[in-house]
Design a protein around this ligand. Structure first.
Ligand code: NOJ
Length: 544
């Protein structure tokens, strides 16, 4: 094993694990996950080898969007526990060497947040300008054509003050006016509140939505819209999102974060590669990591994936550190998108590419999207556009810890149904099974954590075709790994053509039977197989 002194920050070398707190573990028996429940599972997370947990919102909220509608930024919703529970969780995590990243939702508040209550009380209220209010058009219609991500117009009429307010998401989530300095200061204060407590960073919700066009110009029609897309996609959100001034705000958030030691600023940004790169900041003064959702969105096609990895690598600014995401609480789970066998390949890809991986709870045991009957749908995105099958509930079902009652998630009936397969798909069972998804994740994470070639080495594309992707990861001190993955169910051969022919030993494979075997000129993989091989050092190779 290589032994270089590491100067890299923790968020570059470690794996991030996302927890959706409603669904992770319920300690108080009300059927909803909570902070004490997370604390109960810290030993598991430590065993798994992750570096940081990112927890989706747990602040006081009417739960119109399950916590992404915040009524108080500096407290805990009683559903999730108390501030003492949070302090305990943070302390326990830190004791285990785990970092804690909070979800920061600065774009909008709940409509029940005292700021909005004041803002809508009268047109002359001191906080009126904290939100985006506007007169209607002369005919009384909304100020422009902007749409809400969750369906319908993004403008809500307030009969009391006779103006519209803007909400990019639900009408219960009014957007803050980030052009107002007082709003900015208040929100930086929120960040400092949690940083002072010792949290290790933030994942910033919808970072690219923060600033809107001052003239509120109409968004243009999307010429490529098809009926099965969300209604939001009917327009191109060129005036309502990704405005140039957003980068000044992100730079200020970075300054607030960096006033503290070793903290991280991550941005949720769904944009094409070139626009995404802007969020690193022109002077490396933006987000440390704008989330990279390429693997979440791309068709599972090796040539396309290989080309996109290169596009992403090639577009990164000099100081920009890459990152990869495979799933989250807003998107179908990887096992349901690509099927279970390929979900193993996806794990290998996520954990061997260059850059910080973010892993969504449950993916490590191959949890799939669960069919939720119409009458049980809870997600507003699903309820608002019932004909489009957009509910995010299927990827938010309770974690499957054991084969016991309610999968060991809760003694009570859970808030959302659990996958019926849980008696055979759960952590307890997979921990002891060397062939399980969890064992594969475990091995890949351990390898990544211990090998500088994998956690900070270079990335070098080697080959791709309609079946496979191959790339190398090399550390400056001479350690190298070759990753070869078959992204199809059919067998394939990778014949090395470069000079010299690489040889080495398989360290981790999706089929454990391949581990410890040697690789040479021809690498044969059955369907859905992938390998990570340690390459023999040039000086180890026979000189014949
Ligand atoms: C992005 C979050 O990930 C999603 O869950 C939420 O509904 C929207 N932002 C609105 O906050």
């Amino acid at each position: 094993m290589a032994s270089s002194i590491t100067a890299s920050p923790w968020w570059k070398t470690g794996v991030i694990y996302q927890i959706y707190p409603r669904s992770f573990r319920d300690a108080n028996g009300d059927g909803i996950g909570d902070l004490q429940g997370i604390a109960l599972q810290l030993d598991y997370l430590q065993w798994l080898g992750i570096q940081a947990l990112w927890i989706s919102p747990f602040y006081p909220s009417p739960m119109a969007d399950f916590g992404y509608d915040i009524a108080n930024y500096t407290d805990i919703d009683p559903i999730f526990g108390t501030m003492a529970d949070f302090d305990h969780l943070l302390q326990e995590a830190h004791q285990r060497g785990l970092k804690v990243i909070l979800d920061f939702v600065p774009n909008h508040t709940s409509d029940l947040h005292p700021w909005f209550v004041e803002s809508k009380s009268t047109k002359t209220a001191p906080k009126r300008d904290w939100y985006i209010w506007h007169d209607g058009k002369p005919d009384g219609s909304a100020p422009n054509n902007w749409k809400s991500v969750f369906g319908g117009s993004a403008w809500e009429w307030d009969a009391h003050t006779r103006q519209y307010y803007y909400h990019g998401f639900l009408k219960e989530q009014p957007d803050l006016n980030w052009r107002n300095e007082a709003v900015q200061e208040a929100m930086y204060g929120v960040m400092r509140f949690w940083l002072d407590k010792g949290v290790d960073g933030f994942r910033v919700d919808v970072m690219w939505h923060l600033i809107k066009d001052t003239q509120l110009r109409d968004n243009p029609v999307n010429p490529d819209y098809t009926d099965n897309q969300p209604t939001y996609d009917q327009l191109l959100p060129v005036y309502s999102t990704d405005q140039p001034e957003v980068h000044t705000i992100v730079a200020r958030m970075r300054q607030v974060t960096e006033a503290y030691d070793a903290r991280v600023l991550i941005g949720e940004v769904y944009l094409p590669i070139q626009q995404l790169m802007m969020y690193y900041g022109a002077q490396n003064d933006g987000a440390h990591m704008p989330f990279n959702f390429l693997l979440v969105r791309l068709p599972w096609q090796p040539r396309e994936i290989a080309a996109t990895i290169d596009q992403y690598e090639g577009a990164l600014p000099a100081e920009g550190w890459p990152n990869w995401v495979l799933g989250n609480h807003d998107n179908p789970r990887i096992a349901s998108r690509v099927g279970e066998p390929q979900a193993r390949i996806a794990a290998m890809l996520l954990l061997t590419l260059r850059g910080t991986p973010t892993l969504y709870y449950g993916d490590e045991i191959g949890m799939r999207d669960v069919a939720i009957p119409a009458e049980e749908i809870q997600d507003p995105q699903g309820l608002n556009m019932p004909d489009k099958d957009l509910s995010r509930d299927p990827c938010r079902t309770p974690m499957q810890w054991s084969g016991g009652d309610n999968a060991g998630f809760s003694p009570a009936t859970p808030w959302l149904r659990i996958d019926k397969r849980y008696p055979r798909v759960h952590v307890e069972r997979q921990r002891d099974d060397p062939f399980s998804m969890l064992s594969l994740y475990y091995k890949l994470i351990q390898l990544r954590n211990t090998e500088p070639a994998l956690n900070k080495g270079t990335y070098m594309p080697v080959y791709s075709n309609d079946q496979l992707i191959a790339y190398r990861r090399d550390s400056p001190d001479g350690d190298s790994f070759l990753v070869v993955m078959n992204l199809t169910p059919r067998p394939c051969r990778y014949r090395q053509t470069g000079e010299p022919i690489l040889s080495g030993q398989v360290i981790v494979a999706t089929s454990p039977e391949l581990e410890n075997t040697h690789i040479g000129e021809n690498i044969y993989l059955s369907g859905d197989e992938g390998i990570v091989a340690r390459l023999a050092r040039t000086d180890d190779r026979p000189t014949t």
